[in-house]
Design a protein around this ligand. Structure first.
Ligand SMILES: Cc1cc2nc3c(=O)[nH]c(=O)nc-3n(C[C@H](O)[C@H](O)[C@H](O)COP(=O)(O)OP(=O)(O)OC[C@H]3O[C@@H](n4cnc5c(N)ncnc54)[C@H](O)[C@@H]3O)c2cc1C
Length: 574
């Protein structure tokens, strides 16, 4: 599929230039081009996607490959097992950005997240009631049980489905948490506290629904939406305090293009602050340190947030092998089912989500601060297929070998309202040198307490509920020991050690170009996403979140894209 605009069609000047074709940027470009009198140029550093990325069950295959920006955090306080204590950070490279590679979970976040943006940060227009229409604009909810509950839409271009035939063990898990008092809920509905089988960004044809195939590929408006993949933007160009165009490198050649109306940066929570800073918008001291002329002194790159997570596996008790059902291994049979019939285990998302709240959470069940996902997987036969490398790799290989070729039930415990904040900072004025990222995971003491409490609860479900008999405990992770007696959920020393060694990232980078009232010193963009003190420049992606939402970040970023597109249309009367 060729979506690349040919050289002879390209113009030198466009009405709008959108940089980055991710969850938000793809929507902005496509929505602006709905008006045939408007010319839009979309520049994306990576190439078109398809093939593996279309297969929901193969989402992990992009890790460490050419469609992964492959960042790592600076040395962390937790996650010591990773090489040099640098927790990997994943961000998608290519049309659709991270929406083309993510774990597919559809989770909008809590209504209070958006009300806090509006009330505490002065982001007027972003309360839950005000952002709801923009969630509905892109959604096509295909689950008939959810479609008419008042919280969903069936008319948008991005399809969402629920897992039609969950495996028996997933249903047993659901039953176990129900017995512990968690009701089945629609986490995208009125209340999140409870449990659910995840809604996922998958179409009724079994294929991943992304910002790429929902909005950009195939190009819906080839006449006035020009798309240049493989184009890395190195700088925004200014005349005084007005953005007038961009400089980019395509196939090794430096080029410039100009925007009559606006430049919109949608490079994600690492890419957007990086591009701003190398262009002269950022903290004055940092820019001066690298000899970059200052266009605006703003706290770009600060307030980085992400969700710390921890993954732990339990083997299925061989006595109860029948509870496994079909697993989502990449086998010839499953691939054939996927490609020939658009069905089968590779066309589904295999996780449940259970929302909790911890002692430190004043808002209780109405604004939960943690959750744990549970999913059924088949462990690879070959350990080189695992995505992460560790400092003492041989010990990790020995640990992982107990799972090889076996079905396991995964716990993914996530802290969803973390207090810790990190940063993205420059290390060079060369745009091709990655910035440094520091998630400062669990550095706030309450975050550590909340993570421990979340894990204890998840272990309790696996060890003491009606699910427990189906599980087999395994050898402990390298460097940690179980308590001599009792269960894991009672063993503080093991849980602390686990976090210390094995905590990682939820891959939800956000917050580095904070939105809010312009009189706040901590803000980079105003509530209409215009860069403070600059004309003709907006930022539109997960970086503008004043505080991270308490759920997976794709859905709110798609919403940000829809709302930004509408604001640009309104402000430009187009
Ligand atoms: C592995 C993984 C799993 C995830 N799982 C989930 C999940 O299950 N559910 C969920 O809701 N969220 C999930 N997320 C998070 C979610 O996908 C992101 O929060 C969201 O896609 C971010 O959107 P964005 O528009 O801010 O940035 P992105 O979608 O990352 O887009 C930024 C785009 O800009 C491009 N770019 C960057 N710099 C430049 C430059 N200088 N020039 C040109 N182009 C540039 C990038 O290549 C990229 O295409 C996951 C993310 C990852 C990586």
């Amino acid at each position: 599929r060729a979506i690349e605009t040919s050289d002879h069609e390209l113009k030198h000047v466009y009405d709008f230039i959108v940089v980055g074709s991710g969850s938000a940027g793809s929507i902005v470009a496509s929505r602006l081009a709905e008006n045939a009198h408007i010319n839009v140029l979309l520049l994306e550093a990576g190439g078109p996607v398809g093939g593996n990325t279309d297969i929901p069950g193969a989402y992990f295959s992009f890790f460490n490959g050419p469609m992964d920006w492959n960042f790592t955090h600076e040395e962390q306080f937790v996650g010591k097992a990773f090489v040099n204590r640098r927790i990997p950070e994943k961000i998608g490279l290519g049309i659709g950005g991270s929406s083309s590679h993510n774990t597919l979970i559809y989770n909008r976040g809590n209504r209070r997240d958006f009300d806090i943006w509006s009330q505490e940060f002065g982001a007027h227009g972003w309360s839950y009631d005000e952002v709801m229409p923009y969630f509905l604009r892109w959604e096509n909810q295909t689950d008939p049980h959810l479609a008419n509950n008042g919280f969903h839409s069936t008319t948008g271009p991005i399809q969402v489905t629920s897992w039609a035939k969950p495996n028996p063990i997933i249903l047993l898990h659901q039953k176990a948490v129900n017995e512990l008092g968690f009701k089945n809920v629609d986490i995208n509905g009125g209340e999140q506290f409870g449990t659910t089988i995840a809604q996922a960004f998958i179409g009724t044809n079994g294929v991943r629904s992304s910002a790429s195939n929902g909005f950009i590929d195939p190009n819906p408006y080839p006449h006035n939406l020009h798309i240049l993949p493989n184009s890395f933007v190195t700088r925004v160009l200014f005349e005084g305090k007005t953005a007038v165009g961009v400089e980019f490198v395509r196939y090794g050649k430096l080029q410039t293009m100009f925007a009559k109306r606006e430049v919109i940066l949608s490079c994600g929570a690492v890419g957007s602050p990086h591009t701003l800073m190398v262009s002269g918008i950022g903290p004055k001291d940092q820019l001066k340190k690298f000899g970059i002329p200052v266009v605006a002194d703003l706290p770009v790159g600060e307030h980085y947030q992400n969700h710390p997570g921890l993954t732990y596996n339990f083997l299925i008790n061989p006595k109860y092998k029948y509870v496994v059902g079909e697993n989502s291994a990449i086998t010839v049979r499953n691939l054939n089912e996927f490609f020939a019939n658009h069905r089968g285990p590779l066309a589904a998302h295999h996780r449940t989500i259970t929302y909790l709240f911890t002692k430190n959470n004043q808002q209780g069940p109405h604004h939960p601060n943690s959750n744990f996902e549970t999913g059924l997987y088949l462990f690879p036969q070959n350990l080189t297929e695992l995505p992460f490398r560790y400092d003492r790799q041989h010990e990790w290989d020995a640990y992982h070998s107990q799972f090889m070729g076996k079905d396991y039930l995964l716990i993914h415990a996530i802290l969803y309202r973390p207090r810790s904040m990190g940063y993205v900072r420059l290390v060079s004025n060369n745009p091709f040198v990655y910035p440094t990222i520091n998630g400062k995971f669990l550095t706030h003491p309450l975050d550590m307490e909340d993570m421990i409490e979340t894990l204890k609860y998840a272990f309790f479900v696996f060890e003491r509920s009606s699910l427990a008999k189906y599980m087999t405990q395994t050898a402990p992770i390298p460097g940690c020991q179980y308590c001599p007696k009792g269960f894991i959920y009672e063993c503080d020393s093991y849980i602390r050690c686990l976090i210390d060694q094995y905590c990682d990232s939820g891959f939800h980078s956000s917050g580095t170009c904070r939105m809010g009232s312009v009189d706040r010193k901590d803000v980079v963009v105003d509530p209409r996403l215009r860069v403070k003190g600059i004309d003709g420049l907006r930022v539109c992606d997960a970086s503008i979140m004043p505080l991270i939402t308490n759920g997976n970040t794709n859905a709110p970023t798609l919403m940000i894209g829809e709302k930004c597109a509408q604001m640009i249309k309104d402000d430009n009367h187009v």
